[in-house]
Design a protein around this ligand. Structure first.
Ligand code: IMP
Ligand code: MG
Length: 175
């Protein structure tokens, strides 16, 4: 592991938690015809891949990309921009947004507003990580992996200036 990183959540703990999340989602959507998973690029791509492959219910995978203008300060201002939309209409569909991490909450709040306006049959959010101390807007989370302290984390899809995304464990960047 690179010198500036400390292990925070091991791949084994991540895997065990995703087993639990997938079981909960399987049970909650058992009566639904098809679930639409919308992964938020880029950070959620590994989480979504692992979560989706554990589901036994029928589902479809879509992606959406947003930009928070790059740096942390601008994210805190709440400025979120849509970079790439989903390919299919979600009206009347059961939708689960899959995020890597909720920091201030602005990104997810924006996405839920955007998608709700399209009239899905249901709309919920699933996030692997959340930093409760950083919350600025309250967003409802139906499925949560782990609450973490206010540290910058990388690995398992998450990056620090595009580095470390493909590390198998979640690590904290030392200040
Ligand atoms: P929010 O809009 O402040 O909730 O920010 C959410 C987005 O910021 C996430 O989807 C990530 O892309 C990014 N982000 C926030 N905290 C971290 C972190 O610790 N590591 C990597 N990306 C992060
Ligand atoms: Mg993200």
């Amino acid at each position: 592991m690179p010198d500036e990183l400390d292990l925070l959540i091991s791949r084994d703990r991540i895997g065990a938690r995703i087993d639990e999340l997938a079981s909960a989602i399987d049970a909650d959507y058992a009566a639904v015809d098809e679930l639409v998973l919308i992964g938020v690029l880029k950070g959620s791509f590994i989480f979504l891949a692992d979560l989706a492959r554990r589901l036994t219910i029928r589902h479809r995978v879509e992606f959406i990309a947003v930009s928070s203008y790059g740096d942390r300060e601008s994210t805190e201002s709440g400025a979120v921009r849509l970079l790439m939309d989903v390919r299919h209409d979600i009206a009347g569909q059961h939708v689960l947004v899959v995020e890597d991490i909720i920091d201030t909450g602005h990104t997810l709040a924006y996405l839920l507003r955007l998608l709700e306006a399209r009239g899905p049959a249901s709309l919920r959010a699933c996030t692997l990580l959340r930093k409760p101390d950083r919350e600025q807007v309250e967003v409802p989370i139906a499925y949560l992996g782990f609450d973490i302290e206010d540290v910058w984390v990388v690995g398992y899809g998450l990056d620090f200036a595009e580095r470390y995304r493909t590390l198998p464990d979640i690590c904290a960047v030392r200040r």
